[in-house]
Design a protein around this ligand. Structure first.
Ligand code: SF4
Length: 348
């Protein structure tokens, strides 16, 4: 078809050369499920568990950071009020790193407002909570005439339309295979009383694709803390890119009938992921050089508070059209190295 599919990078501990000793066994419940074999290379498995035996590490569970406290000048965090098993305990540290995910990190800043920071911590710029992004995502069930008995489907991606093409000259985003659907997953979106047999047949014959277009930053798309609750205001933005990508790929599917024959274009079922699916949340405490338009500096330290850093998806000023996990990880390593240098400098 003239396209250039490539192996999709996945954070899983897979050794295809020696599957007998591979931690990942390529099962059929990877996408959207926890791994019962601990073979996903996530923060829990790759970072936290590896350092749990260190004397200076304590992991608290059933603990929720409720509020960040500052000194009188408002330029240092002096305490983190934390609810631990129903008891409010205040922790303190030389450096405080917030990493609650883009929505909850912004909410923590906003609910920690005090006299020096009346609109929320580090919020002179009025940027805290703004520019929330989550990608424009959609899933598609392309129904093939033949059965698709695949076990582990999420294997390749296609970026041929990432920057647009001759028909649509603006960036459209990426396409990838997703975890194999089954009849239980289809139940929620099926019309009521759809026979289980129909859903099973559809799942057995489907090839499942995921579409991701960029979500552009919009100041009005924001996290608010009001009436002791998080509010998320969101207006869809850049939806045209996703629509074009879906249209484009539906056409490709119908044109590949010499290789694999799908039902006609209009029968493929695609579903845009609504606001509730905020798996790619980012952008609420964006970084930059200018304190008037950003919350964090280039090292992800707040412009206004000297010992307060953020490492999660909040720092993104824009989000591209790929899963943000690897960028979040790379940035956390970068900030970690910066902090280490800083600590070593003060020791010298
Ligand atoms: S859930 Fe399955 S496919 Fe995913 S990492 Fe674990 S073993 Fe591998």
């Amino acid at each position: 078809m003239g396209l250039h599919p490539f192996d999709i990078p996945l954070c899983i501990k897979l050794n295809e050369e020696d599957m007998l000793h591979s931690e990942c066994i390529k099962c059929n419940t990877c996408d959207g499920f926890p791994c019962l074999l601990h073979a996903k290379a996530d923060a829990d498995i790759n970072c936290i568990r590896k350092i749990m035996d260190q004397e200076n590490i304590t992991l608290l569970i059933n603990a929720k950071a409720e509020k960040l406290l500052t000194n009188e000048e408002g330029n240092q965090i002096t305490g983190v009020e934390t609810m631990v098993n129903g008891e409010l305990i205040t922790f303190s540290a030389e450096t405080v790193i917030v990493s609650c995910g883009a929505i909850n990190s912004a909410a923590l800043f906003l609910k920690s407002a005090n006299e020096k920071h009346p609109n929320g911590l580090a919020n002179k710029s009025d940027q805290v909570g703004r520019n929330f992004m989550k990608h424009q995502n959609a899933a598609m069930l392309a129904i093939s005439f033949e059965k698709n008995p695949v076990h582990f489907q999420k294997t390749f991606a296609i970026n041929d339309y990432y920057f647009g093409d001759e028909d649509f000259k603006f960036p459209m985003g990426g396409i990838q295979l997703m975890g194999k659907s089954n009849r239980y997953m289809l139940t929620d979106d099926a019309p009521i009383f759809t026979p289980a047999k129909v859903l099973s047949e559809m799942a057995e014959h489907s090839v499942d694709f995921w579409f991701m277009a960029e979500d552009l930053p919009l100041a009005e798309n924001r996290v608010l803390w009001k009436d002791d609750q998080i509010h998320l205001l969101y207006t869809e933005h850049n939806a045209e890119a996703l629509d074009q990508l879906l249209k484009k790929f539906s056409k490709v599917l119908t044109e590949m009938e010499d290789h694999i024959k799908f039902l006609p274009e209009n029968i493929n079922i695609s579903k845009k992921i609504p606001l509730a699916g905020v798996a790619h949340q980012n952008g609420t405490l964006r970084f930059g050089n200018n304190p008037e338009t950003s919350v964090l500096d280039p090292h992800c330290k707040t412009h206004e508070i000297d010992n307060l850093y953020v490492v999660d998806g909040s720092f993104f000023p824009s989000c591209g059209a790929v899963n943000p996990s690897l960028t979040i990880i790379a940035n956390a390593i970068r900030v970690g190295e910066h902090l280490l240098d800083k600590i070593l400098e003060t020791r010298d």
